[in-house]
Write a protein that binds this ligand. Structure first.
Ligand SMILES: [Zn+2]
Length: 477
């Protein structure tokens, strides 16, 4: 599911959900036109940008894996806690990121250990440190005794709840979850050699729907998803070393959708005609959106300067279109048009964020195709070499899935050998990351625990040609 939709393009992207489900799910309404002067004069506090931005999580899907080029960092769920692992691409092994002699990796004495469940956490790295951002939890708790009475005591003899655990193990598991729920938004910083962990508390307990998707090596950047368009919009910067939160102003209806170099890329929908409530006037809402404009800006947080990059037709994100993401400086959309004979023609459109020109118009040879979010999650060097391949998923007879890969540079469409189950897993994980030495890290299976994956490495070129000569990643615990 597209968990960050309400962040990106605010109301505009929310419509993707609506289009998928056929029913409006939120009441977000695009803002009516702001004058060009508003763009010129919007105030943004000057904040330092230390380096090129890179994505720490994709727009779509869970992020438990971060690509550092020759190694990956991965958070894996355990019973009542999570452990940070390091995948070494040279040796094709995965081990706990812990160098403490004799450590059993099952308590907070371990530098790789984090309390509770995985969906509060986002894993990423800088050049010298691995971080886990802990978002504010859905549920806030303060008192262990009442949490125990409600969640632990009634189930100590319940075999279904214990799931093979002793009552003591069950209690420890829930205590870990309690510790996680009680913890406000924070960062955990792990040394890359696994020698230590420290927690960095944020100066502000940011809302859970603050999507901090971009990093400049010293801070995270993002914005709050909007519940209503009259909500003042703010951007946030979180200093990694200190947890200090600072804000910068954004335009009404504006969301951060991507980043390029030292600039954030933002977008919003602009229309001369007020938008009706999509919940009650869906057709009228779509009609106005068809004629609206999607404006994209570059925002320099260092100077507060905002420049308009692109003006795109609202039809790209209306009922028959879908924003897919950004990679390699290209903003991707997937458009569908119903042909006179009833077939649906799918087209990939790409716009260059520097020149504003349309760079790609690729008609897909099949129906029922959609594109994996092409956002590259990884350090800047990694991000630069990716973005070449677009991952297309095709749903065939009986719901069987297959994957096609479009090489954006050559225009060649490949169909690698993948099972339907592999495609489904890869769909959940986003586009497969590419290592420094030109191999894809593919997801090839999953444990019983929903978020615990198995991986394999394969030469990218061989994979495109149909090879299944994988090197499985073995786990050393
Ligand atoms: Zn350990």
């Amino acid at each position: 599911m597209k968990r960050l939709l309400s962040l990106a393009l605010t109301a505009a992207l929310t419509l993707e959900l609506v289009a998928c489900s056929g029913q409006p799910q939120t009441a977000d309404t695009p803002e009516t036109a702001a004058t060009p002067q508003a763009v010129e004069t919007a105030e943004t506090a000057a904040i330092p940008v230390a380096g090129d931005f890179y994505a720490i999580q994709p727009v779509i899907g869970m992020n438990t894996l971060f690509n550092a080029g020759d190694v990956f960092y991965e958070l894996r769920p355990r019973s009542g806690y999570c452990l940070l692992f390091r995948i070494d691409c040279d040796t094709a092994t995965r081990g706990v990121l812990c160098s403490v002699p004799g450590c059993t990796h099952d308590s907070d004495a371990c530098p790789a250990w984090l309390p509770g469940q995985i969906w509060d956490y986002t894993t990423f790295a800088t050049e010298d440190t691995v971080y886990v951002y802990k978002a504010r939890s859905y549920e806030e708790v303060t008192d262990w005794n009442s949490y125990y009475e409600q969640n632990v005591a009634p189930y100590l003899n319940d075999e279904d709840m214990l799931q093979g655990r002793t009552p003591q193990e069950f209690e420890i598991s829930y205590h870990n979850r309690f510790v996680q729920l009680r913890q406000p938004a924070c960062l955990y910083a792990m040394a890359r050699d696994g020698s230590e962990q420290r927690r960095i508390d944020l100066s502000e307990n940011l809302e859970r729907n603050t999507a901090l998707c971009w990093c400049d090596g010293t801070a995270l950047y993002g914005c709050l998803s909007l519940d209503a368009l009259d909500t003042p919009v703010q951007g946030f910067r979180v200093e990694l070393a200190t947890g200090q939160v600072t804000t910068f102003s954004m335009l009404a209806g504006e969301g951060i959708v991507a980043a390029e170099g030292r600039l954030l890329l933002t977008a919003r929908v602009v229309s001369d005609v007020p938008f009706p409530d999509p919940q009650t006037e869906w057709e009228a809402y779509q009609a106005i959106l068809q004629n609206a404009t999607l404006e994209c800006y570059s925002l320099d947080p260092a100077s507060g300067k905002r420049e308009k990059l692109l003006e795109l037709p609202g039809s790209l994100i209306a009922q028959n279109g879908d924003f897919s993401g950004i990679a390699g400086g290209q903003l991707y959309f997937l458009e569908q048009q119903t042909q006179p004979e009833g077939d649906v023609l799918m087209t990939i459109l790409a716009f260059d964020t520097t020149t504003g020109q349309q760079e790609l118009e690729y008609h897909l040879p099949r129906k029922s195709v959609w594109m994996n979010d092409p956002t590259v999650v990884g350090l800047p060097d990694v991000a630069q070499q990716e973005g070449r391949y677009l991952w297309l998923i095709h749903s065939g007879d009986g719901g069987l899935l297959s994957m096609q890969i479009l090489d954006r540079l050559s225009g060649v469409l490949y169909e690698p050998t993948m099972s339907s189950e592999q495609v489904r897993l890869q769909q959940d994980l986003g586009s497969p990351p590419l290592t420094d030495d030109g191999r894809f890290l593919l997801c090839v299976g999953r444990s019983d625990d929903f978020y615990d994956y198995h991986y394999a490495l394969i030469d990218a070129e061989a994979f495109l040609q149909g090879s299944t000569d994988y090197t499985l990643i073995t786990t050393v615990e």
